[in-house]
Write a protein that binds this ligand. Structure first.
Ligand SMILES: Nc1ncnc2c1ncn2[C@@H]1O[C@H](COP(=O)(O)OP(=O)(O)OP(=O)(O)O)[C@@H](O)[C@H]1O
Length: 256
């Protein structure tokens, strides 16, 4: 297992947002997390990526206990994430936004910047090369020089993927990547996620669009009121009575 979540709990005062959840993320697969609004999915991602500290439980990444590591150290170990609403600099170019990602892998400091050392120049060149590579990967080469504010919502989603990929992750946590895009664009993003997995990067995916989940997920965990109510293949989840009742209010149609 690439990532092992053991009995993870997060309380906000009296509210238990994530309640004693254990989950194994399989390497090289699309691992999906679904559940109704407020089920605790984003909180779960925030715990894995280090934005929140758990109340209890453990997070093991490649055999190492990362439960108390800060965000940047987890990112260096290879955990990247995207956000529900894209966190891009709207007034910068797509290229400049994505270049930032690879800085995680560089070591130039203020001294290098002030004196424009060889190391700085070499690392800048590396960041540019990486940015071009990931922009090509996500299909955004032709808008690389555009200001983010002037590109489409779907292109912003792709740029967010590119930014995550520029950090050279082993696992990417994608939080509702297809929110706010049309069905054709959703299919394009689906294909991009499959391409990411085909390149050996593990995906952990939160998404409300069931058609996408059922098509590309290898396994699915279902959260409800912070607790895990089911785990299995898309077929198993579609036929799970507890999921149909608790999550879908009794209709299996929503899972198709
Ligand atoms: N920082 C916070 N402080 C207090 N409560 C929070 C915080 N973050 C999340 N919550 C609460 O925890 C619960 C789970 O929220 P979370 O955003 O993880 O759900 P979700 O499954 O991602 O929902 P959605 O599908 O709507 O994005 C909610 O009741 C939410 O109000």
């Amino acid at each position: 297992m690439l990532l092992e979540i053991q009995k993870l709990t997060k309380r906000f005062g009296g509210l238990v947002a994530v309640n004693d959840v254990s989950f194994s993320v399989e390497k090289g697969k699309v691992n999906a997390i679904i559940g109704p609004n407020g089920a605790g999915k984003t909180t779960f991602f925030n715990l894995i990526s280090g934005f929140y500290k758990p109340t209890s439980g453990q997070i093991i990444f490649k055999g190492q206990d990362i439960t108390r590591l800060p965000v940047n150290q987890r990112a260096k170990l290879g955990i990247a994430r995207t956000f529900q609403t894209t966190h891009l600099f709207e007034q910068s170019t797509v290229f400049d936004n994505v270049m930032v990602g690879h800085r995680l892998r560089t070591s130039s400091n203020l001294f290098d910047a002030v004196f424009r050392t060889k190391r700085l120049k070499r690392e800048e060149a590396e960041c540019k090369e990486k940015a071009m590579e990931v922009l090509e990967f996500v299909g955004l080469t032709d808008v690389a020089d555009k200001i983010v504010a002037n590109i489409s919502q779907e292109q912003k989603k792709r740029a967010a993927f590119a930014l995550a990929l520029a950090t050279e992750p082993e696992i990417v946590l994608l939080d509702e990547p297809a929110a706010g895009v049309n069905p054709d664009e959703t299919e394009g993003l689906e294909q991009l996620i499959v391409k990411i997995v085909d390149h050996g990067i593990t995906v952990c995916l939160i998404e409300h669009k069931m058609s996408m989940i059922m098509k590309i997920a290898h396994k699915i965990m279902v959260l409800n009121y912070g607790g895990k109510i089911a785990e299995g293949t898309p077929e198993e989840i579609q036929n799970n009575e507890t999921v149909i009742k608790a999550y879908l209010g009794g209709s299996a149609d929503c899972l198709n």
